[in-house]
Design a binder for this molecule. Structure first.
Ligand code: TRP
Length: 336
């Protein structure tokens, strides 16, 4: 049986936080090294440029994301790990796909529609106010990401399903037109949020709410942030209700069932929030301190990160060049 091609992209638009780690990175890493797959993971740096316009900040985000995955255990021998910027064939394919995409399909893309909707609601005269063409054609570059590598499966969150569907429909349109399988028709592999990770204030952890715990912040800061997690105002020795406690919610995300039960009894028995937070800090820190060391080393030696990404891109480009030749041949008749 031939191996399935799996590919997914990560957009570097912020410092990775505990929500990203528990919700996406950790579960993905569990699947990634399976020999049944031919797995590609890439940094969607060009996608991030639709919104991140400061080159310095941009570089930070790219390195942070790459270092995070490597530090959390991504094995570049098993997973082809690269950045879009190193695969120029993507842009050639983006153009070809654009010539086979009805503009209406992009008008209907959720992300674009949401921006238009917001403009209309704000009473903006121009419904496209602040929408750059990069945002509008975002699904085309994403389709190229996927289709260039004959991808069968695309692990994505729910918000990205429509983008994979767009890629699929472009592929099927092209295949029908040229009466042969020019492109593999991909499917989304929907990864339900394994864990909805609350932020410091109890809302979903998100950069836009400013309630995140950066995954690899220094130990001291981690301790401070854990101390900031919202609790009720019960007296120190009063019994605490674990089911309505953010501290317990967090603890469960990092602990085994048995450990969680023990912690629960302590809460119900009446340990102070201070003590509970100290235990929670230890629990989180135990898990992140090893990777944090690797992360810090990588961030101090960015050449190392570059080296991993370049090697990954070399592997990816062997496939990209070959596939592009095939696609160009079918669509344009060039045999070079
Ligand atoms: N759009 C995706 C996101 O915002 C990132 C992405 C870019 C991607 N290209 C991709 C995901 C290709 C899967 C496949 O999360």
């Amino acid at each position: 049986m031939s191996k399935k091609n799996i590919l997914t992209g990560i957009k570097p638009t912020g410092t990775p936080h505990i929500g990203n780690y528990l919700g996406a990175i950790k579960p993905a890493l569990k699947e990634m090294h399976n020999d049944m797959y031919n797995y590609k993971l890439f940094v969607a740096d060009y996608h991030a440029h639709t919104t991140v316009k400061d080159a310095k900040v941009f570089q930070e985000y790219v390195y942070e994301i790459a270092a995070t995955w490597l530090a959390c255990g991504l094995d570049p021998e098993k997973v082809t790990f690269y950045a879009q910027v190193d695969v120029p064939e993507l842009f050639e394919l983006t153009w070809l796909l654009a010539c086979h995409t009805p503009k209406g399909d992009l008008n209907r893309a959720h992300a674009y529609k949401a921006l238009v909707q917001a403009n209309v609601e704000k009473g903006n005269k121009d419904p496209d106010h602040g929408v750059n063409v990069g945002l509008f054609t975002y699904p085309l570059l994403m389709a190229a990401d996927i289709l260039l590598f004959d991808t069968n499966l695309v692990p994505v969150g729910k918000d990205q399903i429509q983008h994979v569907e767009i890629a699929r429909s472009i592929a099927s349109r092209i295949n029908a037109l040229y009466k042969t399988e020019v492109l593999v028709e991909p499917e989304a592999l929907v990864v339900d949020a394994v864990a909805v990770v609350p932020g410091l204030d109890g809302r979903k952890m998100s950069k836009s709410y400013d309630n995140t715990i950066p995954l690899f912040c220094p130990e001291k800061r981690l301790k401070k942030l854990v101390n900031r997690i919202t609790t009720d105002s019960s007296e120190p020795d009063a019994p605490k209700d674990p089911e309505n406690s953010l501290i317990f919610d967090y603890y469960k995300l990092f602990a085994s069932h048995k450990e969680s039960e023990a912690f629960k009894s302590q809460l119900m028995g009446g340990i102070s929030w201070g003590e509970a937070k100290a235990q929670l800090f230890e629990k989180i820190n135990d898990e992140v301190k090893g990777p944090r060391e690797i992360y810090n080393k990588l961030m101090e030696n960015k050449d190392q990160i570059d080296k991993f990404l370049k090697e990954g891109a070399e592997k990816a480009r062997v496939v990209a060049i070959e596939n592009m030749k095939r696609i160009r041949g079918h669509l344009l008749g060039y045999q070079k």
